[in-house]
Design a protein around this ligand. Structure first.
Ligand SMILES: Nc1ncnc2c1ncn2[C@@H]1O[C@H](COP(=O)(O)OP(=O)(O)OP(=O)(O)O)[C@@H](O)[C@H]1O
Length: 272
C-alpha cells in the first residue's frame, strides 16, 4: 500500500502585489522542479525558508495546480485531493468538541464506506498505533501538544493512505517530545509501508527520518541535491544514532549545502 510520486519540470507562479506600487506581479515560487519519490520510501524535504517546500506538498496533495509541468501518483496525473494521499500539518487541526476517538471516527465517516462499528474499531486501532489507547475519551484540550499531534497522525493513518504528506508536523513540539515522535513515526512507517514525504527545517530531523533527504535551493525553488542516507538503524536501547560519526557527516553535508545558498533577488515580472 504505497505509491510512487513523480514531479516533472514543475513550475508554480503566484500573482502577488508589489510593495511599492501595489501592482500585480508574477512571483516564481518553483521553477522546473523534478523529483521522483519511490513507492514506500520516507523522503524528507529541507530548504531555506520560503524556498517552496509547502508549495510542493500542496501540489502533491492536489490542493493546488501547477503553473507548468506534471505531477503523477503511480502514473496517474494528480488532478485534485484524494483519499490515497493524506496531509498532516504543523497545527493539530482537531475538532475541540470531539474526543480523540470521535475525531478519528468523524474523519472516517466523512470518508465513507465503513459502518459505525468498523469506524470505532479502526479509530481504536490507530490510537493504539500511536500509543494513545488509554486516551481515546479525552478531548483535545485535555491532551498535550505531542498527544494532539499523535491523534492527528492517527487520523491521517486511519484512512490507510498510500501517501502521507507531513508539513513540519513536529515543529511546535518540545525537543524531547519531538524525538519520541520521530522514533514512533519511523516505527509506524516500517509497519505500514506508506510512502512518506516529510517537510522540516531541522537538519537532524531530516537525517534521522529520511531514507533520502531532498535539499531544495532558494527562490525559485528547485531540487538542489538528493542525498541517500545509509545509517545503521538497528533498534538497540543503547544505540544513539544521532551521536554517531556517520550521522554527523550527513548533518554537516546538508548544513553546508544550505549554507552555500544565498537568496536570489525576487524573480518578478510585470503582468499588469
Ligand atoms: N498563495 C500564494 N500566493 C502568493 N505567494 C505565495 C502563495 N503561497 C506561497 N507563496 C510564496 O511562495 C514562496 C514559497 O512558499 P512556501 O510556503 O512553499 O515556502 P516554504 O519553503 O514552505 O517556507 P517556510 O520554510 O518558511 O515554511 C514564498 O515566497 C511564499 O510567500
Amino acid at each position: 500500500m504505497s505509491s510512487r510520486i513523480e514531479l516533472h519540470d514543475v513550475g508554480q507562479t503566484f500573482l502577488v502585489r508589489g510593495d511599492d506600487d501595489r501592482r500585480l506581479r508574477e512571483f516564481v515560487a518553483l521553477d522546473a522542479l523534478s523529483l521522483d519519490i519511490r513507492a514506500g520510501e520516507f523522503l524528507t524535504l529541507v530548504g531555506p525558508s520560503g524556498c517552496g517546500k509547502s508549495t510542493v506538498l500542496d501540489l502533491i496533495a492536489g490542493l493546488t495546480q501547477p503553473s507548468s509541468g506534471t505531477l503523477r501518483v503511480d502514473g496517474r496525473p494528480i488532478s485534485g485531493p484524494g483519499l490515497d494521499r493524506s496531509v498532516v500539518f504543523q497545527q493539530y487541526t482537531l475538532l475541540p468538541w470531539r474526543t480523540a476517538q470521535a475525531n478519528i471516527e468523524f474523519a472516517l465517516e466523512a470518508k465513507g464506506g465503513l459502518g459505525k462499528a468498523e469506524r470505532a474499531e479502526r479509530a481504536r486501532t490507530y490510537l493504539g498505533l500511536v500509543g494513545l489507547a488509554n486516551f481515546a475519551n479525552r478531548y483535545p484540550h485535555e491532551l498535550s501538544g505531542g498527544m494532539k499531534q499523535r491523534v492527528a497522525i492517527a487520523r491521517s493513518l486511519s484512512y490507510q493512505p498510500e501517501v502521507l504528506l507531513m508539513d513540519e508536523p513536529f515543529g511546535a513540539l518540545d525537543a524531547q517530545t519531538r524525538e519520541r515522535l520521530q522514533e514512533e513515526l519511523v516505527s509506524i512507517w516500517e509497519r505500514t509501508g506508506t510512502t512518506v514525504v516529510f517537510i522540516t527545517h531541522d537538519i537532524e530531523e531530516a537525517v534521522f527520518l529520511g531514507q533520502r533527504v531532498a535539499v531544495m535551493s532558494a527562490r525559485p525553488g528547485r531540487i538542489r541535491e538528493v542525498i541517500e542516507i545509509e545509517l545503521d538503524r538497528r533498534p538497540a536501547a543503547d544505540h544513539d544514532l544521532r551521536a554517531t560519526t556517520a550521522f554527523a557527516a550527513y548533518r554537516h553535508r546538508i548544513w553546508s549545502l544550505l549554507r552555500e545558498q544565498h537568496v536570489a533577488p525576487q524573480e518578478v515580472a510585470h503582468v499588469a
